[in-house]
Design a protein around this ligand. Sequence first.
Ligand code: SAM
Length: 215
Amino acid sequence: MHLHDDPTSDTDARSWWEARYAERDGIWSGRVNAVLASVAAGLPVGRALDLGCGEGGDVVWLAERGWSVVGVDLSVTALTRASAAAVAAGVEERTAFVAADLASWETDGRFDLVTASFLQSWPVEIPRVAILRRAAGFVAPGGYLLVTAHAAPPHGDLPEELRGYRFPSPSDDLAALGLDDRWEVLEAAGRPRTATTPDGHEHHTVDGVVLVRRR
Ligand SMILES: C[S@@+](CC[C@H](N)C(=O)[O-])C[C@H]1O[C@@H](n2cnc3c(N)ncnc32)[C@H](O)[C@@H]1O
């Protein structure tokens, strides 16, 4: 794992996420996100980049299927868990984790799949549109960019800090990317999903999906 202190990092967002991850050991399920699993299952295996990889559920799933995966996140706590999950799954040789702010992170690498699952941040703002636009630049020719977003509240009981948050629609995200005709749009739509809250209640939500391919 490559962990460095990025001086340009948005300290507010990083502190907020560190505090969120410190709440308990494992704030996400550790399982792959449904949209990523269904999209990646149809792609040839190659190099992948996971933006805002959190505790690594998507990174580990991809690596288990033969992908070489780089996961980037603001939170060292999340990445320490992601790295441990990769070791536990026996896929650490195909994974790398970088602690950095995606608003300024640079790489010479180009990836066959760049994926961002729920790269959303509240109540602290992140420059999400700028991050997604930069993400398109990391895609290799012939490669794919997948943006999966909460297009609707992820849980029925909306916490106070979420009430003013505007959930991006897939068309918002597609427009934000500002892609030209070197890109083919394969999907820009909502996928309904049933989520189970930690107390066992089922809740209907919508994942916004943007899948584009660089020609
Ligand atoms: C809602 S979580 C999603 C985590 C993971 N993709 C998943 O689906 O379980 C959003 C993640 O984005 C990360 N994040 C937010 N802003 C970021 C930024 N500017 N640069 C890098 N990571 C960021 C947070 O630390 C957090 O882990």
